[in-house]
Design a protein around this ligand. Structure first.
Ligand code: CA
Length: 225
């Protein structure tokens, strides 16, 4: 999952980035509203953390502009303004949630996970494909009730596959959602990750979950209802 943070307090922005990366999110940072708007218009983020008071362009204007263009990425507004008015304003304009500063990182994380899940039509905190089960809060995976040890990036790739089950994901789409903007798109790192995940998920099981669509990408089958 890839998150855009638009926050002019650079220390806070860096802390948020670090915290989210530890939770296996890919994160891009912007320090003003204009750049934030440009990034959110240009790249497919899974959610945006948007400060209200920003240089160049304030967060509400950024949000308005995104919604007017039909960009429905989940947006969580961050703001030092504690007035109810500001909160109502944000939600009326199409923010998905509002987080007053100072906030607790654990709470921010829980709310972020919740808006992403709602946006993907996945209200539960665990998601299952055959006997593979992901816990989206704990960021852990089990197969046949046995815990699978995954690195943060391996988990991120697997989670993206599972949340998009039934749809073939190209290497470019993986890169856009799992890596930040400094990622080298030419590398075959996605194939390397998929191979590692396959070894952990599929080896020793009769049913192979991760499928290859030759020349296109990878997918996990949607189960028959
Ligand atoms: Ca600010």
């Amino acid at each position: 999952m890839k998150i855009l943070i638009v926050e002019d307090e650079q220390r806070l922005a860096a802390l948020l980035k670090k915290g989210l990366e530890e939770q296996s999110y890919a994160v891009d940072l912007c320090f003003d509203g204009e750049e934030g708007l440009y990034m959110a218009e240009t790249y497919p983020y899974d959610a945006v953390l948007l400060d209200v008071m920003l240089p160049q362009m304030d967060g509400f204007t950024v949000l308005d502009s995104l919604r007017k263009q039909g960009i429905d990425v989940p947006v969580l507004m961050l703001t030092a303004r504690t007035e109810v008015e500001s909160r109502v304003k944000g939600l009326n304009r199409g923010a998905d949630d509002y987080i007053p500063k100072p906030f607790d990182f654990t709470e921010l994380l829980a709310r972020l996970t919740a808006v992403i899940r709602r946006n993907k039509g996945q209200p539960a905190s665990t998601v299952q494909v055959a006997d593979l089960c992901l816990d989206l809060n704990a960021k852990t995976a089990t197969r046949a009730e046995k815990k699978i040890l995954l690195s943060a990036k391996e988990y991120a790739v697997l989670e993206y596959l599972v949340l998009n089950k039934g749809r073939v994901i190209s290497r470019t789409e993986f890169s856009e959602h799992v890596y930040d903007e400094n990622f080298d798109l030419d590398s075959n790192i996605i194939d390397v990750f998929i191979n590692k995940i396959r070894k952990k998920i599929d080896v020793g099981h009769e049913q192979k979950l991760i499928k290859t669509k030759r020349g296109v990408g990878y997918y996990i089958d949607k189960e028959e209802e």
